[in-house]
Design a protein around this ligand. Structure first.
Ligand code: DGY
Length: 328
């Protein structure tokens, strides 16, 4: 990179944090879209389409899918896509790979924040918090020895689907909860599991034995609709499902049926399909479904760290150096 000809970089959100912009400034010619990248997907996409041609780097901070059409429109000079997210299921990886374009993400820096929300959903579903809050707000408290009864976490078995960074952080967070057993499943055994006291089991065993199941795997061809009607039929009636991964890991119609017929006790979801979930969506009508609006990584420090990491990745990639957290 020279002072004369700075590489053009597209930033796909008007809300991309200052820390990231500061890293890019003076090193790139920045083109920034005027929407926040998540609000109005149609408008955001239209704007990206207009601005993407000729850029060498992209900060992808948007829920719009970076598909082959957009990658084509960018042109053959595109070198690096730095996503400000851990998950990259909204990016056409095959197309980028085929064109030798570097893809980076922001893993690890969000593990603690996402794990906090997973615990929030666990406690909130076990104690049926949304219903209790409604009762407080309407002044109709249910008081009595047999009222408001939730489920215990102490002595329970927890199953982690995908013991990556977030899954491991959840297990660390759970240390004080006096669990009975921690199970996990995935493609292969994880070296970190021994220290965490987690037992590697087949998916079906995890389904039948767990009181709480945490979905922490990434969304891909294998994990799409992993939690389907068949999976729910294997879970205990008192089991709780927590999802902090992506909505697509769960067959939502099957989940609705499992919750509605009390085949399982409750679900806590920080992620859904689509996002935002329309207010009239059937899952919103269920008292045993606790939904938060994909706020896993939404803390000041975490978003700061994600922006910083994505900008550093982009600059390193453009300079021909190894990015800090490449996907490839
Ligand atoms: C991610 O980065 O993948 C998170 O889901 C965003 O909150």
């Amino acid at each position: 990179m020279t002072d004369q000809k700075l590489p053009k970089v597209l930033v796909t959100s008007t809300e991309y944090p200052d820390v990231g912009m500061e890293i890019l400034r003076n090193k790139c010619e920045i083109i920034q879209i005027s929407t926040n990248g998540f609000e109005d997907k149609v408008k955001t996409r239209e704007e990206i389409e207009k601005l993407i041609a000729g850029v060498e780097g992209i900060i992808w901070s948007s829920s719009v899918r970076l598909d082959s059409d957009l990658i084509n429109k960018a042109g053959s000079q595109l070198k690096v896509v730095a996503s400000m997210s851990a998950g990259v299921d909204h990016i056409d990886k095959d197309e980028l790979k085929a064109r030798n374009i570097i893809l980076t993400n922001t893993p690890d820096v969000l593990n603690a924040a996402v794990a906090d929300v997973a615990i929030l959903l666990m406690v909130g579903t076990a104690r049926r918090l949304p219903e209790r809050i409604e009762e407080v707000k309407s002044g109709n408290w249910e008081i009595g020895p047999q009222r408001m009864l939730g489920l215990d976490i102490k002595g329970s078995t927890v199953g982690i689907v995908g013991l990556g960074g977030i899954g491991q952080m959840i297990v660390n967070r759970l240390k004080g909860f006096e669990l009975k057993t921690i199970l996990y499943c995935g493609h292969k055994e994880k070296p970190e599991a021994a220290e965490l006291g987690a037992e590697f089991v087949p998916f079906d065993d995890l389904l039948t034995r767990s009181d709480f199941i945490f979905i922490c795997c990434s969304l891909n061809e294998t994990s799409t609709n992993l939690m389907d009607a068949n999976a729910f039929s294997k879970m205990q009636k008192t089991a709780i499902l927590i999802n902090v991964s992506r909505g697509g890991v769960i067959d939502q119609e099957a989940l609705y049926n499992a919750l509605n017929t009390k085949q399982i006790y409750a679900a806590g979801l920080d992620v859904t399909t689509p996002e935002p979930l329309p207010k009239e969506h059937p899952l919103n009508s269920l008292s045993n479904c606790f939904i938060t609006p994909h706020l896993g990584s939404a803390t000041r420090q975490t978003r700061y760290d994600m922006a910083q990491l994505s900008a550093l990745n982009l600059i390193l990639g453009l300079q021909g150096q190894n990015p800090l957290t490449p996907v490839f």
